[in-house]
Design a protein around this ligand. Structure first.
Ligand code: GTP
Length: 297
């Protein structure tokens, strides 16, 4: 009879654990499955014992005495192993799940934040009107390219160019057409660049810059000349008829034999641009060089 009792209790506990593993959850925590089974079987046994007037060594009194002893020992054991204060297995499982969920949500938010940050950084480098890179980005790139030129002993050219008599365009056709001219000039320059390493920037107002890594001054001159001709062929639509424009260019450069700062090379290109304006506009001038080739109008 005792063996039958132990067998039934074990069977019931096993079934409760099996349900749990099959993902059928009960309100009762897992640690209470064995005591619960013991209680159920004990009650059933007592009812059957009394109802059927069974003759057995295992009387309900003995059974309940063992059950109480079991509860006391079990309780003591639980308290000792969990140090009397820690959360039970069920609570730990729940906490782990909540933590994993929150961690996942945090990862998603972090990824979205990174993407937004990347977009913002990209927007920060662009000029809102023309869509090409802005002055802030130019300042970073010229410094980086000068350092690279020196490190790798490669030439570097910087071209500064400025739309001629732009004030007159604004005054004659209005600022909206002026803006359109700036956009068209920027697009023309961007489309004419040949190497992926070449970059065009809006330096400010109606002034632009080209950074041309690994490019000798004559190469820079040839590219500037191409852009100059294309700009002079533009015809921007306006209510008062097509608007044409010209631009003047100055080329600064370094052959990397000695160190040059952004201020030095910008100064060179600016000087050459000033010469281009002074000597009639719509032309390309190389800084302080014997080969100053003046493009004619
Ligand atoms: N529409 C428009 N005009 C601008 C913008 N930025 C600067 N300008 C104008 O560009 C004009 C530049 O005039 P100036 O510096 O005298 O130069 P310029 O008339 O081109 O004369 P040169 O450079 O000597 O040939 C000014 O009238 C500015 O207001 C812009 O984003 N949009």
């Amino acid at each position: 009879m005792i063996l039958t009792f132990v067998f039934l209790t074990s069977l019931l506990s096993y079934l409760l654990f099996a349900f749990e593993n099959a993902n059928i959850h009960f309100e009762t925590p897992k640690t209470h499955y064995i005591p619960l089974s013991l209680l159920i079987v004990s009650v059933l046994y007592t009812v059957i014992f009394l109802a059927a007037n069974l003759q057995s060594n295992l009387t309900p009194q003995t059974l309940w005495m063992f059950a109480i002893i079991y509860y006391v020992v079990e309780n003591y054991w639980q308290q000792t192993t969990s140090n009397g204060s820690g959360p039970d297995e069920e609570t730990v499982d729940q906490l782990n799940k909540t933590l994993a969920d929150q961690n996942f949500e945090m990862q998603v938010t972090l990824r979205e934040l990174k993407e937004k940050n990347h977009e913002l950084e990209k927007l920060n480098t662009l000029d809102a009107l023309s869509g090409i890179h802005n002055r802030r980005h130019f300042d970073k790139r010229i410094l980086a390219e000068l350092r690279r030129s020196r490190r790798e002993q490669l030439p570097l050219s910087l071209v500064m160019f400025d739309i001629d008599h732009f004030k007159k365009v604004n005054d004659t056709y209005g600022h909206l057409i002026g803006d359109e001219v700036i956009r068209s000039v920027a697009l023309t320059a961007a489309e004419t660049l040949q190497r992926s390493t070449d970059e065009v920037f809006r330096y400010g107002g109606e002034e632009f810059a080209l950074i041309l890594p690994n490019t000798e001054k004559l190469g820079a001159f040839a590219l500037a000349e191409k852009i100059r001709i294309k700009i002079s062929q533009l015809a921007i639509n306006s209510e008062k008829g097509p608007v044409s424009c010209n631009a003047s260019f100055g080329v600064g450069f370094t052959d990397a034999t000695h160190s040059m700062s952004p201020k030095d090379i910008i100064g060179q290109a600016d000087d050459a641009l000033y010469q281009a304006k002074e000597t009639g506009r719509n032309r390309v001038i190389i800084f302080n060089s014997e080969e100053n080739i003046n493009a004619t109008q």
